[in-house]
Design a protein. Structure first.
Ligand SMILES: *Cc1c(COP(=O)(O)O)cnc(C)c1O
Length: 229
């Protein structure tokens, strides 16, 4: 099932890239593997997938040693400061930085571990009460504050758009995130790149690609519905 689903998602990614006049290689598919068993992850790996996303530190730490070492693990979920230390050396990017305090903790732990952690700023583009992330208006200020930290490097922005049956209704949020990244990128802030736009999930990744996503995070479309116990 995973294999067929991946073929179908790949076709849709290619079609969206074609519509947008983009190179397929400009979009990274992150397979969101939270709650899913190792066998399914292995199946995705055997289909050539190398970027996996999890939203819990414990789950990355548990699964990573069981699978091939060339998998790139992305931390995409809300991160508590007391979990940051465990994450060092386990993830290639933290997508969900939304406060200076969290960034300071990541930076301090990264420096202790002798590395620089790539991070994205999570933006609550639709200003949903239930979601983490900073507002569009607060983003530049937070980027500037975090840019002073030596243990992190800002690579771009991430957003989780509203859950919807109509992906078109999220197009404006994706476009706004891209505009914000372009705006901030033009300010040439030291230690800040705006090359990564992590946006689009199972329900709306095609629209996100059309609006410039460089990283899409797809779970259900590959692995099926999640069952939380
Ligand atoms: C679970 C999750 C996804 C994947 O969602 P699907 O709708 O299953 O594709 C993407 N991004 C984040 C941050 C998630 O927590």
């Amino acid at each position: 099932m995973v294999s067929e689903n991946l073929d179908h998602i790949e076709e849709r990614i290619c079609a969206a890239c074609e519509r947008a006049g983009r190179d397929r290689r400009s979009v990274t598919l992150i397979c969101v593997t939270k709650t899913k068993p190792l066998e399914m992850l292995q199946e995705a790996y055997e289909k050539g997938q190398r970027d996996f996303g999890e939203n819990k530190v414990q789950e990355i730490c548990r699964k990573k040693p069981e699978l091939e070492p060339d998998i790139r693990w992305h931390m995409i979920g809300h991160l508590q400061r007391n979990k940051v230390r465990q994450l060092m050396g386990q993830t290639v990017m933290i997508h969900s930085v939304d406060s200076l305090r969290l960034a300071e903790t990541i930076s301090a732990e990264a420096e202790k571990a002798g590395l620089v952690m790539p991070v994205l700023i999570e933006v609550n583009a639709a200003q949903e009460e239930s979601k983490f992330g900073v507002s569009i208006e607060e983003t530049e200020e937070l980027v500037r504050a975090i840019s002073a930290l030596r243990g992190v490097h800002i690579e771009g922005l991430m957003t989780i758009a509203p859950y919807t049956d109509d992906p078109e209704s999220n197009r404006g949020y994706f476009a706004r995130l891209r505009e914000l990244a372009v705006d901030i990128g033009q300010k040439c802030i030291d230690n800040v790149s705006m090359g990564v736009l992590s946006m689009g999930m199972t329900g709306d990744f095609e629209v996100a690609i059309e609006e410039g996503a460089t990283h899409i995070r797809v779970g259900t479309g590959i692995f099926g519905e999640r069952i939380y116990t």
